[in-house]
Design a protein around this ligand. Structure first.
Ligand SMILES: [Zn+2]
Length: 460
């Protein structure tokens, strides 16, 4: 067999997340060439020769986790909830005055910090949904930082086009002109969107929600997405405030409105979907719309009425579900491991049974589910031949997992806390032996704190 660039050997187990959810135990290995997994085997099989070896003794190998929904800038205003924000609308009014002051430095430092935090939690593909654009070319700054950090990114060009005088939940001056938004979406797709399986950067279109975006920006985005082969993303069915607003303005439920705007296609993935009738779940499933489930966001303010998200019901209806961290102002942390564990716990709490979500189910959501939501099924979120070598190694031989001898995936997600030991994006090291490769963490945090202080001054 041809020499590989990197061979990961001696793993304790490999959760391949292939269609059969196969786990290779005791001595499995992974061979990588040109950023792709080209060989995979167990201890009875002979691995190819390699330029470099990584000794994964004591490690569970999983696909790098895939984050399907987030707003990276929100880590500049994190953990401010003790101030007593209740409900989505009040939440917007609390944070908008600060986010209105985002400048390029704040965006760049928050994106970097957010990606570092995600990387340490085992994530290798991020999503950044930016719907506030106080300065031009904001999305370009996001993408440039992601490229420099070396994580794959789904850059969602969000927007708010429904100003307060049209009844939108938006501060005066925060809304963008719809023509500017559409022009910027097209510019970004043409400049950055890479349709290839190996893409590091993809672009999607994401009006923020039905309370702050015009109907026409939804319909026009759907047309552009179809023309250019890019994906659509938004928040929907996520809060009683939104249900009330949409019923009042449209006389329909949020999901009914979204469907009427031409968004029920397999190119769409939606954040949250806490509130969906059985008929709406069936419609989501039949049309191929995916859901990005952000578990912490549904409970951190004390819990949504009727929540948390009925993930088991969505899955039983055949809806594809991925995991997202949501912004750090909604979930406070940006750990994909923590969100995956929280998804497991909340589903069990909601349904009252372990079968509501096994650890393997939760890992599926955070890998295969999210990958499908981002339209990248088969090339990320799985350790199989031909997939991108986006890999996480979790060290299972420390104190937290002592005594867990049966099933590493269950140990990882029922136990913890966990931070990734090593990870690779397209075979390139991102985290090695618990440390971000080539990052001066202290300098990055100092830089970030400066912007956070500046923004939070606007909260008074
Ligand atoms: Zn969100």
């Amino acid at each position: 067999m041809k020499t590989v660039d990197l061979l990961i050997v001696n793993s304790q187990s490999i959760a391949t997340m292939n269609d059969e959810r196969e786990v290779i135990r005791d001595g499995g290995w992974i061979g990588i060439r040109d950023g792709i997994i080209v060989a995979l085997g167990n201890s009875d099989q002979i691995p190819p020769p390699a330029e470099k070896l990584f000794d994964a003794t004591g490690c569970l190998m999983t696909p790098g986790l895939v984050n399907s929904h987030q707003h990276l800038y929100q880590n500049l205003t994190r953990s401010m909830k003790p101030n007593g924000v209740t409900g989505l609308t009040e939440w917007f009014w609390t944070y908008f005055p600060m986010w209105k002051e985002l400048d390029e430095e704040a965006i760049r430092t928050s994106v970097r910090l957010g990606l570092f935090e995600l990387a340490l939690s085992g994530c290798t593909t991020a999503t950044d949904h930016e719907y506030i654009h106080p300065f031009p070319f904001l999305m370009d700054a996001v993408i440039e930082e992601a490229v420099e950090v070396g994580m794959r990114i789904m850059a969602v060009r969000g927007s708010m086009t429904l100003g307060p005088e049209q009844g939108g939940v938006c501060l005066p001056g925060m809304e963008e002109d719809e023509e500017d938004v559409i022009a910027d979406c097209i510019r970004l797709i043409e400049k950055w969107h890479d349709p290839k399986d190996s893409a590091m950067v993809q672009v999607a279109l994401g009006p923020s929600n039905l309370m702050s975006s015009t109907e026409t920006v939804f319909t026009r985005s759907a047309e552009i997405a179809k023309k250019y082969g890019v994906r659509l993303h938004t928040h929907i069915a996520d809060d009683p405030d939104e249900t009330e607003y949409v019923l009042e303005h449209f006389g329909k439920t949020p999901l009914e409105v979204l469907e009427s705007l031409g968004w029920f296609t397999k190119g769409t993935w939606c954040a949250h979907v806490v509130y969906a009738s059985n008929a709406e779940m069936d419609r989501l499933s039949a049309s191929g719309v995916s859901v990005a489930h952000c578990p912490s966001a549904t409970v951190i303010d004390g819990g949504l009425p009727g929540g948390p998200t009925p993930v088991r019901d969505l899955l039983n209806a055949g809806v594809n579900v991925g995991i997202g961290c949501d912004g750090a102002t909604a979930g406070d942390h940006q750990s994909m491991w923590m969100e995956t564990k929280t998804a497991l716990l909340l589903s069990r709490l909601r349904e009252g049974t372990v079968q509501a979500m096994t650890a393997m189910d939760a890992l599926w959501l955070a890998t295969r589910g999210s990958a499908k939501a981002l339209g990248r099924e088969g090339n990320i979120g799985q350790l199989t031949l031909g997939a991108n070598a986006d890999i996480a190694a979790w060290k299972m031989d420390g104190i937290a997992y002592a005594g867990s001898l049966v099933d590493d995936v269950t140990a990882l997600l029922q136990g913890g806390p966990a931070q990734v030991w090593s990870s690779w994006v397209g075979g390139v090291p991102l985290v090695q032996e618990g440390k971000l490769v080539g990052v001066d963490v202290s300098a990055e945090v100092t830089r970030h704190t400066k912007s956070a202080r500046r923004l939070q001054a606007f909260s008074q």
